[in-house]
Design a protein around this ligand. Structure first.
Ligand code: C5P
Length: 210
């Protein structure tokens, strides 16, 4: 049977990461959260005393990235890392340096699940199933705010919403692989769904595409 490649794209806090991870478990497929790659590059630039505006430093960090050492670094999931990621993600050299490893991951024999911003458009345009997961900015900000609050972080909802809107604008507005729904992706709006409902809807979309 042909490889089941599932592309899951969408903005921050849309639910795409949780949905993608659960699809991978359900179908027994390897899973790559591609945001971690950009987060690692952003943190590396910061760690080497660099300036996120320094495109050459970001390009070097992307070329030197050791993807096998990514997984369990807790700093990768911080807001600071997300912000740094979205800065370096605008550099074409960074995107080019991360392309091969993402495409190799997508080419595994049984298939794979990848989540990000440009999986259905650039990384795996031939994916068997493509989802574009979204929700209103207010809903996404509320979800992220609750997560952070439960973790003990002290951030206001208004600041969270401003962060989300800024990130959306940067990701959708950049010239290089902007976040955009692929023409053959199915839109999944999770605004009025809990995670179980969103996952069920995602699974139905994948089943219809197989
Ligand atoms: O999904 P996550 O929040 O971890 O992504 C962090 C940032 O990395 C995004 O805001 C985006 O700028 C960038 N990114 C990207 N392309 C991807 C995945 C993430 O540009 N495929």
């Amino acid at each position: 049977s042909p490889a089941l490649v599932i592309a899951v794209d969408g903005p921050a806090a849309s639910g795409k990461g949780t949905i993608a991870a659960r699809l991978a478990t359900t179908y027994g497929l390897p899973f790559l959260d591609t945001g971690l790659l950009y987060r690692a590059v952003g943190l590396e630039v910061l760690a080497t005393g660099g300036d996120l505006a320094d495109e050459a430093a970001a390009d070097r960090a992307a070329r030197a990235l050791d993807a096998d050492r990514l997984s369990q670094d807790a700093r990768l999931t911080t807001g600071e890392a997300g912000e740094a990621a979205s800065r370096v993600a605008g550099y074409p050299g960074v995107r080019a340096a991360l392309l091969d490893l993402q495409q190799a991951f997508a080419r595994q024999p049984g298939g794979a699940v990848l989540d990000g911003r440009d999986i259905g458009t650039v990384i795996a345009p031939d994916a068997m199933a493509k989802l574009f997961v979204t929700a209103t900015p207010e809903t996404r900000a509320r979800r992220r705010w609750r997560q952070l609050r439960d973790r003990g972080d002290d951030i206001s909802f208004e600041a969270m919403l401003a962060d989300i809107l800024k990130r959306d604008e940067r990701d959708a507005g950049r010239g290089s692989a902007p976040m955009i729904q692929a023409s053959d992706a199915v839109l999944l709006d999770t605004t009025d769904m809990d995670i179980e409902q969103a996952f069920d809807a995602a699974r139905r979309i994948v089943e219809a595409a197989r």
